[in-house]
Design a protein around this ligand. Sequence first.
Ligand SMILES: Nc1ncnc2c1ncn2[C@@H]1O[C@H](COP(=O)(O)OP(=O)(O)OP(=O)(O)O)[C@@H](O)[C@H]1O
Length: 242
Amino acid sequence: MAPPDNDVLWARSLHCTLGGTEALSGVSLGVREGEILAVTGPRGSGKTTLLRCLSGELPVRQGEVWFNSAPVHTLAPAARERLRRERFGWIGPEPCLVPELTAWENAALPLLLRKVPGRAARAAAAEWLDRLDIGAAARTRPHGLTHAQRQRVAVARALVAAPTVLFADEPTAALHRADGAQVLRTLTAAARSHGITVLLATHDDEVAALADRTVTLLDGHRAGSVPPASGAEGVAACSLSV
Ligand SMILES: Nc1ncnc2c1ncn2[C@@H]1O[C@H](COP(=O)(O)OP(=O)(O)OP(=O)(O)O)[C@@H](O)[C@H]1O
């Protein structure tokens, strides 16, 4: 069954088990193009697992994930990796930068891997570093940056590649409140001006308030929805986004 036309990302009855724990048990949702969707819920409710499944990083045990007309759940590993590299962006709670590269080289990495000429990649990276107020440190390596500055570089790296969908898993959890708020404002403004769809996992209501819509998880299923007894959820459950 193909997803509704206006959903860029669509999942039906997702189940995922990690280390014997049923991390997701029958989650369905649709995400519209350009939408900023907050995924909230208490610690351990399955937010990260949901983002990892939707982004094709984790194979789903049962259920479907569609990106436009591509069935992510049945793609071969190489095709899934290509999809993730070319269409998706990921920001985690901790900045994972290459220590040997400068801030601009880290930010430009997705473009350099796509063989974008160095000068153009550098210009694009510099623009995002400026927008994230870190342009002055473009030539500094990660060890010379503060934690907050490193996270800004990671955000620039995710945005520079102009992903269709950006997965942001607690992207400002490790930042001080004011820092985090500024980074989030830049991120959401960039997403809106570039039409980037964002899935924003957070347990912070103030962060979720920046989104267009919120879905809440509880113990691996959507709060307010009855966990499926036999994986028999239908299309109605998939249309919860509308
Ligand atoms: N690699 C793993 N191995 C075993 N269990 C895992 C693993 N990753 C997650 N889990 C379990 O799966 C469930 C969902 O975890 P998940 O990290 O998706 O929740 P979360 O809502 O993102 O939590 P947090 O807010 O703490 O990041 C939890 O019970 C967690 O302990």
